[in-house]
Design a protein around this ligand. Structure first.
Ligand code: ZN
Ligand code: ZN
Length: 140
């Protein structure tokens, strides 16, 4: 049998799968050493709680977001915390706090950032792409 394109395709696929596996090993050294610890869950919307997966963030853990320029209130795309972005850990669920539907790995929550003088920054979660961006555009 001559190795055809199909055979090569399988090899490439296996190679890709191995790469993903190796990447997983290298990125989660903690999870392999320590026994699985309970992740603290908080109320979404609270300070220091990931609005995507509800994990209480420790010092140094930051929520990945993109803030768009604007004055007064600004649009924010929230991708998640280190526990749910870019790869969700085991038993981590990326869920929209507004519609309770699953938030896809490549998706994000849409929020508004209020910056008022003499007041704390306030982030208001508007929803996910599913519930925030309906098919027909809504005028506001
Ligand atoms: Zn998270
Ligand atoms: Zn939603």
């Amino acid at each position: 049998m001559i190795p055809g394109p199909f055979y090569i395709l399988i090899l490439v696929f296996v190679g890709a799968a191995l790469l993903v596996f190796a990447y997983g090993l290298f990125t989660t050294p903690d999870g392999r050493k320590r026994p699985v610890k309970r992740r603290e869950q908080g109320r979404k919307g609270d300070q220091g709680v990931c609005p995507v997966c509800g994990t209480v963030l420790k010092n140094g853990e930051q929520i990945k977001s993109a803030v768009f320029p604007g004055n007064g209130e600004r649009l924010v795309h929230i991708f998640g915390c280190p526990h749910c972005h870019p790869f969700a850990e085991r038993d981590i669920e990326r869920k929209c706090p507004v519609c309770k539907k699953r938030v896809a790995q490549e998706s994000y929550l849409i929020a508004r950032l209020f910056e008022r003088p003499h007041k704390k920054r306030h982030v208001h979660i508007l929803g996910c792409m599913g519930c925030r961006l309906p098919k027909k555009s809504k005028e506001s």
